[in-house]
Ligand binder design. Structure first.
Ligand code: NAD
Length: 497
């Protein structure tokens, strides 16, 4: 490990890490070990920032700070309306810093600047939504079956929250946790993915400007196996909210079991996009491509399993291939780029392994399946948008989350078969149905075992509606009213008059 050096590296941002390191107990601090990590731009492998590489000691300090802020601090007892006001201020700061945040996100993840800007607008709206919701639950009175008594049921903050987030939507996933937890009156330690910590550090700076009491918000940068593990194992943490891969989710669940910590898990998906022959062809094709290739397929709700009615198959496949050829790969900072690189060399190797698996399993590679050629693509972790036809549900490329730009195509003849195929998965995060038959749309949407079903659309989500998975896609819900309730405990107060 290198020693921490203060360095100004950002090329796209005014923000620097000079003297701003990790955010613990209201202060910017280096890792106690002095260790650091270089953050790489996946488009050209340039080092864009250097951040502290925390270890368990640093997290323990952050947990102690959050614990103290919860047990002895003012934040949990601040009137909910005032907590809401602070969150409105955070939203305003996000809006004011939209461009800088978006550039940091794109530098860190390789995603297009257009996508990152949209993410930042969504993030501000998430803060606004929970700001507005903060004081809306005044509890309820219930009628006790006992004379001369009253009962009320109130919600209280759950306590110290550990938040562990992935690299694909670094700030969005953090915001889905931070905003409701703060609205509820919790304190927290956020651990972003070790490879994409920049916007999480930047939002700590914005929150610092807004002025939360020391220890309410802590951001610790470091690896999952130590920093993340310490958060999940600690008996000083009351709840872990995790977004990431299924195997990590299971590890966190086991660790959390030791002290019966509450858990919220947002895990992977292998999301079916079911297209009936009567769908509006033009819209369906466009959305099918966007569903899977958005952010190079590195989206938990990516529509990676296309399940099409047999009679439409040939026409749809021909059009998909034609349009995939036109997808422009490149630097996310270039306005004409439609698809950026994958996040890392390691992740590209995983995606390429799945392409090989698909070929061996007998799926027909229609397009893509390799790295794009040309000087522009030499350094970045690119893989071409890829389509496999002739797939079936027994194949690993159909069942496993590749988290890359790979589309698999299966066919069906009857509605019943479509539903069976769509549900044939350990995952149950999201899926879509395309049809102009409204009764069928309603019927099928109720038969799909997943947390979100889109009819004649793909990907829309917003803070008002809950997000989360059936089956092994997770436990609990983010966003919506439930997203706030996740950060609360219910208390029954019985008063014998
Ligand atoms: P990951 O599981 O490898 O890592 C996620 C986070 O967990 C990182 O911060 C990592 O450092 C940490 N971590 C790793 N090992 C840990 C351990 N032993 N204990 C505690 N923390 C640990 O996932 P990833 O590769 O960063 O992200 C991709 C995955 O995230 C995909 O499976 C994707 O579907 C999922 N995801 C789900 C949603 C959703 O809403 N359901 C949203 C985005 C991403």
């Amino acid at each position: 490990m290198k020693q921490f050096v203060q360095k100004k590296l950002y090329k796209w941002s005014e923000w620097t890490l000079e003297s701003k390191q990790m955010y613990i107990n209201g202060k910017w601090v280096p890792a106690q070990s002095g260790n650091i990590r270089e953050i790489i731009n996946p488009y050209n492998r340039e080092v864009v920032a250097i951040v502290p590489e925390a270890d368990r000691e640093d997290v323990r300090y952050a947990i102690r700070s959050a614990r103290k802020a919860f047990d002895r601090g003012e934040w949990p007892h601040t009137p909910a309306a005032d907590r809401g006001k602070k969150l409105f201020q955070v939203a305003e700061r996000i809006d004011q810093n939209n461009e800088e945040l978006a550039r940091l996100e794109s530098l860190d993840t390789g995603k297009t600047l257009v996508e990152s800007r949209a993410d930042m607008e969504d993030i501000a709206n998430v803060f606004r939504y929970f700001a507005g919701l903060a004081d809306k639950d005044g509890g309820e009175a219930v009628e006790p079956p006992i004379p001369d008594a009253v009962s009320k049921v109130v919600r209280e903050p759950v306590g110290v929250c550990g938040m562990i987030t992935p690299w694909n939507y670094p700030l969005l996933q953090a915001a889905w946790k931070l905003a409701p937890a703060l609205a509820a009156g919790c304190t927290m330690v956020l651990k972003p993915s070790e490879i994409t910590p920049l916007t999480s550090l930047k939002i700590a700076e914005l929150m610092d400007e807004v002025g939360f009491p020391d220890g309410v918000v802590n951001v610790v940068t470091g690896p999952g196996a130590s920093v993340g593990a310490e958060l999940s194992e600690s008996d000083q943490v009351d709840l872990i909210s995790f977004t990431g891969g299924i195997e990590t989710g299971k590890t966190i669940m086991r660790a959390a079991a030791n002290n019966v910590k509450k858990i919220a898990l947002e895990l992977g998906g292998k999301n079916p996009n079911v297209i009936f022959a009567d769908s509006d062809f033009e819209t369906t094709v466009d959305y099918a491509l966007n569903a899977v290739y958005f952010h190079a397929g590195q989206v938990c709700s990516a529509g990676a399993r296309l399940i099409v009615e047999e009679s439409l198959h040939d026409q749809l496949v021909e059009e998909l291939v034609k349009r995939v050829k036109r997808i422009k790969l490149g630097n996310g900072f270039d306005a004409s780029t439609q698809m950026g690189p994958l996040i890392s060399e390691e992740h590209r190797a995983k995606v390429e392994k799945y392409i090989e698996i698909g070929k061996k399993e007998g799926a027909r590679l229609l397009i893509g399946g390799k790295r794009p050629e040309g000087p522009e693509f030499e350094k970045g972790f690119f893989v071409e948008p890829t389509i496999f036809d002739g797939c079936d549900a027994s194949m690993r490329i159909v069942q496993e989350e590749t988290f890359g730009p790979i589309l698999t195509i299966e066919t069906f003849r009857t509605e019943e078969e479509a539903v069976c195929l769509a549900n044939d998965s350990i995952y149950g995060l999201a899926g879509a149905i395309w049809t102009q038959d409204l009764s069928r749309a309603e019927r099928v949407s109720r038969q799909l075992r997943m947390g979100t079903v889109w009819i004649n659309d793909f990907h829309p989500y917003f803070p008002q509606a809950p997000w989360g998975g059936y089956k092994q896609s997770g436990i609990g819900r983010e966003l919506g009213k439930t997203g706030l309730e996740e950060y609360t405990e219910q208390k029954h107060i019985f008063h014998n008059l």
